[in-house]
Design a protein around this ligand. Sequence first.
Ligand code: SF4
Length: 382
Amino acid sequence: MPKINIKEMGLYIHLPYCVHRCIYCDFNVTVLSREEELSWYLKVLQKEILFYAQTYPDKIIDTLFLGGGTPSLFSEQHISDLISFICKHFKTASSLEISLEANPCSATLVKLKGFKEGGVTRVSFGIQTFHPKHLKTLQRSHSQEEALLAYQLAREAGFDNINLDLIFGIPHQSVQEFQEDVRRAISLGPEHLSTYHLSVPQNNPLYPILPLEEVSADMYEWVMDFLPSQGYGHYEVSAFAKPSFQCAHNLKYWKLQDYLGLGVGASSYVTTPQMPWGHHFKNTGSLHVYGEKVQVEGSAKGQEEILTKEQAQKEYLLTQLRLTEGVSFEAYEERFGVSLMKSYGSVVDKLLTWGLLDSSEKVLKLNHRGSLTLNKVLVEFM
Ligand code: SF4
């Protein structure tokens, strides 16, 4: 039997509404047309929460992530009622981390204070860039001033754990402009920073004007060196944190631990005694179908896949390699009952020869070059 923890579980709640759709967005988003939709959606969510609280009565929720979309479009009362409902129906850990994604435009002091009082412990702002021209390219609805104000208001509301999201590789963005964004962000003193490489499909209008790969690689290489020198540990491909401020919820994805995703289009990975290697399931992506299915059946699964041991091994490796701590040989063997080198020895040897992985006695991890060509590394394990 695998030695994995099947008691604790992260809970992700997808709140899909936004005021408009940004040009680069590939999330499951619905443009809000009427305020009443928010209350309708929360009612549907309550039904789904009840269904899964009964399905997994023994699971203990130790992280809750309210993502979107723009969760901060919901009122402080909505959010605190949602958190109370979850805590009432699921078992929760005493050290529950509750993150909420916010857009600077919809983050007023009253709302932020209400979110804090309602139990939110961590707020994550989608800043993306401070440069007005790049905000315009991305079609973000906030200005640089609104971003700075939202951050101050979050501090005033009492948040001591704030993440800022930045994007690099924006069309016509120079390396220097990205460096200015990062310096500006850390001058505020957030506990956590995420820097994402802009990636869009070929049919997106931004695709033909994306910067050359070498420019984005220069930006990434710089930030990988710079942020750790400023006290932000690089713990995942895109994530940097001050000591003890890593995002516990996101670590569940990268360590292939249990997480339940509720709301339209949300994904889950859950282990049970019957499915010890875990199963993935994903809710239908249509808001209308999601609402109808949950009202009738209590849940709205669209796809489901039970993992074999081999699939779980591969997925564990691919996600864990995103972490700078790498994959521990011992932890792998303890979880799967077989050594990592026995499972993947030939691929590992090849990537070591190519100079994309580093290996010590205890761990296998991406090196600087491997991080820059992550997809190339991952494809070799597929
Ligand atoms: S605010 Fe975020 S989720 Fe909403 S449309 Fe823009 S990128 Fe997508």
